[in-house]
Ligand binder design. Structure first.
Ligand SMILES: C[S@@+](CC[C@H](N)C(=O)[O-])C[C@H]1O[C@@H](n2cnc3c(N)ncnc32)[C@H](O)[C@@H]1O
Length: 279
């Protein structure tokens, strides 16, 4: 992804119809949003999260979307469902949006998530809220956090008789999932809480221990989204898709330990993911 605000109507529709993900958010919103709350829905897409907040009885809801076409769809959806007064549509980029003076959000719903937040600007959008002073320590974030895990993997990149070495999302039910074999222990790469501002770049040194003698040629990333203290969600058809990312191949023996330096800028895309074998 280029360094511009993300837009995909295809993904918006995929998210909407992904009932495992969407119902989990609905339950989280229902459990947290109270009639006294002013709610901000960042990256509203179809507007479904704002509609859930309205259903939960929120006092006022602001729905922010940067893509004009998507924003118009959300606006129609608010109106068709009788919430055009309760839900106010805001158009702009969440990374630098100037919120109205003196507003305070009791609840922020933000689903601009990708696995490890490599590909979307959730961190920058969260940081902007903290910078602009429109959230405080009492603001409830839905989701409240994302945890990302990493393992070494051996992946068959042969597709249709050709060697196709590229990053791949292994979505739930995807027929190619079995081509990736995890060959080490699973380590926590990072755990990001949205109630705090966060450095937009990330670096971590990780030790892995192999569970077989093999040729390692990739890493495997997976994320879990912590919606509230009581709800969390792993991979679905549109959220937290496990990712296989090719690296320079090397041989490893069973129980051998290896050390890697992993770094990237959140939202910078896989082109900026660096995975370096240290020893
Ligand atoms: C993954 S979709 C989720 C849509 C909806 N929130 C849902 O959960 O069904 C992310 C949405 O965020 C919007 N978005 C992405 N980056 C944005 C940004 N920087 N500022 C505002 N909206 C953004 C996209 O256009 C898209 O509509």
């Amino acid at each position: 992804m280029e360094d511009k605000a993300f837009s995909s109507i295809d993904l918006v529709g995929q998210c909407l119809t992904d009932s495992k993900r969407t119902e989990a958010f609905r339950n989280a919103i229902k459990s947290m949003v109270k009639p006294r709350h002013t709610v901000l829905d960042v990256g509203t897409g179809s507007g479904i999260m704002s509609l859930f907040a309205a259903e939960a009885g929120a006092k006022q809801i602001f729905a922010l979307e940067h893509d004009n076409y998507v924003a118009e769809i959300a606006k129609i959806n608010f109106s068709k469902n009788g919430f055009n007064k309760k839900i106010k549509l805001l158009k702009g980029d969440a990374r630098n949006f100037k919120y109205q003076r003196n507003i305070h959000f009791d609840v922020v719903i933000m689903e601009m998530l990708t696995t490890g937040m490599v590909d979307e600007f959730q961190i920058q959008a969260v940081n902007n809220l903290h910078d602009k002073g429109v959230v405080n320590k009492n603001t409830i974030f839905i989701p409240q956090a994302q945890k990302t895990y990493i393992s070494l993997a051996e992946t068959n990149f042969n597709l249709y008789g050709f060697e196709i070495k590229m990053v791949q999302y292994l979505w739930e039910g995807f027929p190619g999932r079995h081509r990736c074999k995890i060959v080490s222990d699973k380590k926590l790469l990072h755990e990001v809480y949205f109630s705090l501002p966060k450095d937009e770049s990330f670096v971590q040194i990780i030790d892995f221990k192999s569970n077989k003698s093999t040729m390692v040629n990739s890493i495997f990333l997976s994320s879990v989204t912590i919606l509230t203290d009581n709800f969390k969600i792993g991979d679905t058809l549109s959220l937290n898709g496990p990712v296989v990312f090719p690296i320079k191949p090397f041989k490893i023996k069973k129980n051998q330990s290896v050390k890697f330096r992993i770094s990237y800028r959140f939202g910078g895309g896989f082109k900026n993911l660096s995975v370096i074998l240290i020893k």
